[in-house]
Design a protein around this ligand. Structure first.
Ligand SMILES: [Fe+2]
Ligand SMILES: [Fe+2]
Length: 164
């Protein structure tokens, strides 16, 4: 292994720990967001993605295993900040018509963070000659992108309802 490859392996491992921590935070936040959601469609979307997130955590554990490492998280300030903003919206806009739009915006910020991380990790896994890891990371990346699209649709539907 050249030292360049070794460095990228270390960075891959660190970023894996980052998203592992993030997914666990997201797993805890989604039921709270589901409970706060005012429309059934949004609540169901959050509940469904909570179940998907559980599977994503298991995929990450498989990637750790492929790397010969035990699954460990590393505190990630970015996701903590994004989730805190969501909590603030839930507190400040509860019982207002801005609550669901606020929840949608917070959830999409989370998805965009995840899409960025998984895209990077997938590329690095391929670069490092870890095709099985790349496949696992891509499966999650596809779920995150699908979730982001669904959230966009829900946001547009609510805009259209208001306009009607
Ligand atoms: Fe996720
Ligand atoms: Fe997600």
């Amino acid at each position: 292994m050249t030292s360049k490859t070794k460095d990228l392996t270390a960075l891959f491992h660190e970023t894996l720990k980052d998203i592992y921590f993030a997914e666990k935070q997201i797993l805890r936040a989604l039921p709270k967001m589901a409970k706060a959601a005012q429309t059934d469609a949004l609540r169901q979307a959050f509940e469904h993605h909570r179940d998907e997130t559980q599977g994503q955590i298991e995929r990450l554990e498989q990637v750790f295993e492929l790397l010969g490492k035990s699954p460990r998280g590393k505190a990630c300030d970015a996701i903590v900040g994004i989730i805190d903003e969501g909590k603030e919206i839930m507190e400040d806009f509860s019982d207002t018509e801005a609550l669901d739009p606020g929840l949608l915006a917070a959830a999409q910020a989370v998805e965009h963070y995840e899409i960025s991380r998984y895209g990077t990790l997938k590329t690095w896994a391929t670069q490092l000659g870890l095709p099985d890891a790349a496949k696992l990371l891509d499966a999650t990346l596809q779920e995150e992108m699908k979730t982001d699209k669904l959230l966009t649709q829900l946001a547009l539907q609510s805009v259209n309802r208001k306009a009607a």
